[in-house]
Design a protein around this ligand. Structure first.
Ligand code: AMP
Length: 281
């Protein structure tokens, strides 16, 4: 596995792989952008990228522009050594570890998330967060120029906005959604789970319980969104709830679940930790 830390070196390296011994030209490149502190969720993205491409690039970049003032940028878990080992074991070809100064300059152009979709749900409580996400994803996609890029369904709003950006800017990359990986007890894996105390982790299990309950209600034929979300709120209480929403795959509110076209999304705060999860029905 090659470890690269500058944009210039990575671009040069990727330009040359098609010319290297053993490569046959026009290699497909799978790209997995992450912020590090890798877990099985990230690994499943890497595995899918390996299955579908000749060459896999993973980036680890703690993107400052997607954190608002006072958020957890400084305390976000950093595990460079373990992350490198995991990437190597997972068969990653290139690990890209850029510095902030190499990615950002001052007073630069940036991407704005659309008003209607980028400033609701997570974007409502974190205004500007998705501008930072879209800007860094645009930069990384332009640096790597991958055939396919892999994003978790766990961050459903992020996945939706990135798919729109790629469509709206006529970008030549396939965005591949990957299912959420969970602990045995249902808790969705997240780098932020490391912040949870034992009691908070116990409390956080209510998120998966509320989503499981919603699925069970739908299976019993209850499709009314209000009925489902109010039961979910009951299960999640007394945690601070940012939102519980039932949307279609275009991210519009729907009054009734449409099987095959619905996402149920939850975001709560457990202690000081923000956790999100969702289920696609
Ligand atoms: P992050 O490092 O948190 O920015 O996440 C990098 C990528 O991994 C994003 O596309 C996430 O949606 C995805 N991801 C995070 N957690 C999970 C999970 N539990 N299952 C699947 N994908 C995940």
């Amino acid at each position: 596995m090659k470890i690269i830390s500058t944009v210039r070196e990575l671009k040069e390296y990727l330009k040359n792989i098609n010319l290297s011994v053993g490569f046959q030209g026009n290699q497909s490149i799978g790209f997995v952008p992450t912020m590090g502190a890798l877990h099985e969720g990230h690994i499943s993205l890497i595995k899918k990228a390996k299955e579908q491409n000749d060459f896999v690039v993973v980036s680890i970049f703690l993107n400052p522009t997607q954190f608002l003032k006072g958020e957890d940028l400084d305390k976000y878990p950093k595990k460079e050594v373990a992350d490198t080992k995991l990437c190597k074991l997972s068969g990653v070809d290139v690990l890209f570890f850029p510095d902030v100064d190499d990615i950002y300059t001052k007073d630069e152009a940036s991407i704005l998330a659309p008003k209607a979709r980028g400033f609701v749900l997570e974007g409502e409580s974190r205004p500007g967060h998705f501008n930072g996400v879209l800007t860094v994803v645009m930069k990384l996609l332009n640096i790597v120029n991958p055939t396919r890029a892999y994003f978790g369904k766990k961050d459903a709003q992020q996945l939706n906005l990135i798919s729109l950006m790629v469509r709206d800017f006529f970008m030549d990359v396939e965005i591949v959604p990957v299912d959420t990986v969970r602990e045995k007890d249902g808790l969705a894996l997240s780098s932020r789970n490391a912040y949870l105390s034992k009691e908070e982790r116990e409390e956080a299990l209510k998120i998966a319980t509320s989503l499981r309950n919603a699925t069970a209600m739908v299976m019993r034929g209850v499709l009314d969104s209000k009925e489902i979300t109010s039961k979910m709120r009951e299960i999640l209480s007394p945690m601070h709830i940012f939102y519980v929403e039932i949307l279609n795959r275009e991210f519009n509110q729907i009054s009734h679940v449409e099987i095959g076209n619905t996402v149920i999304l939850v975001e709560v705060r457990v202690g000081t930790t923000r956790l999100l999860d969702n289920i696609w029905l």
